[in-house]
Design a protein around this ligand. Structure first.
Ligand code: MLT
Length: 313
């Protein structure tokens, strides 16, 4: 008798690579409307998402008993209700490394864009205003503060050193020798970091601990004229507080790639904020990263499903 293939649904846009794998049926849906994901899901053993799809109780209920594995094509698993998955015995996998370089490069792109007023000058020039009065700031010999010295934060630090920035980082979970190895000054507290940096970038996951970690009080501790970048997760830097600090002229500029709610509402506070560069959660969106992410997450999910089968589950 023929064994039925194990079925995998990819419900967010990605580059999944080769979809032909013996013993599996992999359906690539691109950015599937949520209702369609919910409707189709009961027929699948695994689901692969990016950050767009919320894997919450509603989705898991809709999936029923068959779903065994959820794969996240990317790093952050904050769109997945891990507790609900674990209660249902669903394994959650991510692709923790594939897009780190791209994410780090986008953070630095935001820093440079803010330092030189790129988006502002682009807007003005298109509107017919030839404004050459704007004076940017050089990065060289300034101090970059990194909150979160994990995989992405470490790459940011390395590249920043190439730009002759001094790097200070705060990460209570990273051992001292990593700071030494990377040639980075360790800040013992967040406040200590904030007080000494010219530029700030956050590279932590979104957790209860990091949500709102950079609020009005923390922004006020930064030197006047500082630049803030959030290419990690919306809400690590409080959105309203960031806009207030920009509007008050306390910050020179900022760059954000992420929002608390994505896509943002048409009246989102960021959209009218001065000196703020915005991108649409593009940190992982490079050809190279997406090739790696797709191959890594599909490979990990198939291996997990196979493992499941060999255990006779
Ligand atoms: C990530 O956590 O790796 C990114 O959010 C990936 C993505 O863009 O989906």
């Amino acid at each position: 008798t023929q064994v039925a293939p194990l079925r995998v649904l990819i419900c967010d846009e990605m580059n999944p690579g080769n979809l032909e794998h013996a013993g599996f049926e992999i359906d690539y849906g691109g950015n599937l409307p949520r209702e369609e994901t919910l409707r189709r899901l009961p027929g699948y053993d695994a689901l692969i998402t990016r950050s767009r799809t919320k894997v919450d109780r509603e989705l898991l209920e809709a999936a029923g008993e068959r779903l065994k594995v959820v794969g996240r094509g990317g790093v952050g698993v904050d769109n997945i209700d891990l507790e609900a998955c674990s209660r249902r015995g669903i394994l959650v996998l991510n692709a923790p490394e594939s897009n780190n370089v791209s994410a780090a490069e986008l953070a630095l792109a935001h820093l440079m864009a803010a330092a030189r007023g790129l988006t502002r000058s682009d807007r003005k020039t298109r509107a017919g205003e030839w404004d050459r009065k704007f004076l940017g700031v050089e990065l060289k010999d300034k101090t970059l503060g990194i909150v979160g010295l994990g995989r992405i934060g470490s790459i940011v630090a390395d590249r920043a050193q190439g730009l002759r920035l001094n790097v200070v980082a705060f990460d209570p979970y990273v051992p001292e020798n990593k700071f030494e190895r990377l040639g980075i000054t360790r800040a013992t507290t967040l406040d200590d970091l904030l007080a000494q940096v010219d530029f700030l970038t956050v590279h932590t996951p979104l957790t209860e601990e990091t949500q709102g970690m950079i609020g009005a009080r923390e922004l006020a501790l930064l030197k006047p004229g500082a630049i803030v970048v959030n290419a990690a997760r919306g809400g690590i830097v409080e959105e309203g507080a960031l806009v207030d600090a920009l509007s008050a002229g306390h910050l020179f500029g900022a760059g954000v790639d992420v929002f608390v709610d994505e896509p943002p509402a048409p009246d989102h506070v960021f959209l009218g904020a001065p000196n703020l560069g915005i991108t649409a959660h593009l940190g992982a969106n490079t050809r190279e990263a997406q090739e790696r992410v797709g191959a890594e997450i599909v490979g990990r999910v198939l291996a997990a499903l196979q493992g499941d089968v060999s255990k006779g589950a």
